[in-house]
Ligand binder design. Structure first.
Ligand code: 5RP
Ligand code: MG
Length: 217
């Protein structure tokens, strides 16, 4: 099984803070995410600046688009994103338009799995060409005590069987990764546990160590 990659979600509100975190984290991660909060706070300038500063990393703009799939995707990809996200509640027409637009750029759409969605939706997404989703425990749900369950693991396996590679996120810390052992996770995405750690590089290395331990060298 391919080793999951490590993605940092930069959800700070100030670009300078995000850039400061990256000076410590960039050597230890594979994918940089301009987080939803950073994009809302700063706009696409955040994506442009990250692209210029880190041309080699895969760059995601986590826009969670719900409509205007083409325009939202162009905004992200003209700014330099490789991937951008569309919320699972978006109509299939929006997802299709976003996917077609991403393909023009050689990019990809990831479906953000929040709230209500079904495996039949996932089959529809796969049929129109989507190959990635982000399995997400919401920040607010986590704050209310929601953990990870056997249902989450079953849904992750089912997504992979359908042909949609799942990334996993939502208040993850390194110790959580063992829960997902045996599942073909595309990437683990962490924000606060990385940029908010007293020693961000050490925190990223702890994630890496867990990935090696449970997904092999
Ligand atoms: C929230 C997000 C975050 O980027 C994602 O949940 C990762 O952040 P954290 O690890 O801090 O929860 O998309 O909607
Ligand atoms: Mg995010």
């Amino acid at each position: 099984m391919t080793q999951p990659q490590l993605q940092v979600a930069l959800d700070q509100l100030a670009l300078a803070e995000a850039l400061q975190s990256l000076t410590l984290l960039a050597p230890h991660i594979d994918i940089i995410e301009a987080g939803t909060l950073l994009c809302c706070s700063v706009g696409m300038q955040a994506v442009r600046t990250l692209r210029e500063a880190y041309p080699q990393h895969t760059l995601v703009a986590d826009l969670k688009a719900a409509d205007a799939g083409e325009t939202m995707t162009r905004l992200a990809m003209d700014a330099g994103a490789d991937w951008t996200t569309v919320i699972c509640a978006a109509p299939l027409a929006t997802i299709e338009k976003a996917h077609e637009t991403a393909e023009e750029y050689g990019g990809e759409i990831q479906i953000e799995l929040f709230g209500h969605w079904t495996l039949n939706d996932a089959r529809d997404w796969q049929r129109i060409g989507i190959r990635q989703a982000i399995y997400h425990r919401g920040r607010d749900a986590q704050a209310k005590g929601q953990g990870w369950s056997a249902t989450d693991l079953d849904l992750l396996r089912a997504l992979a069987d359908i042909g949609i590679a799942p990334s996993v996120t939502g208040g993850l810390d390194a110790q959580d990764l063992a829960l997902f052992k045996g599942i073909p996770v595309r990437a683990f995405i962490a924000g606060r546990a990385l940029y908010g750690a007293p020693e961000p590089a050490a925190a990223a290395q702890a994630f890496r160590q867990q990935i090696r331990q449970y997904w092999g060298q």
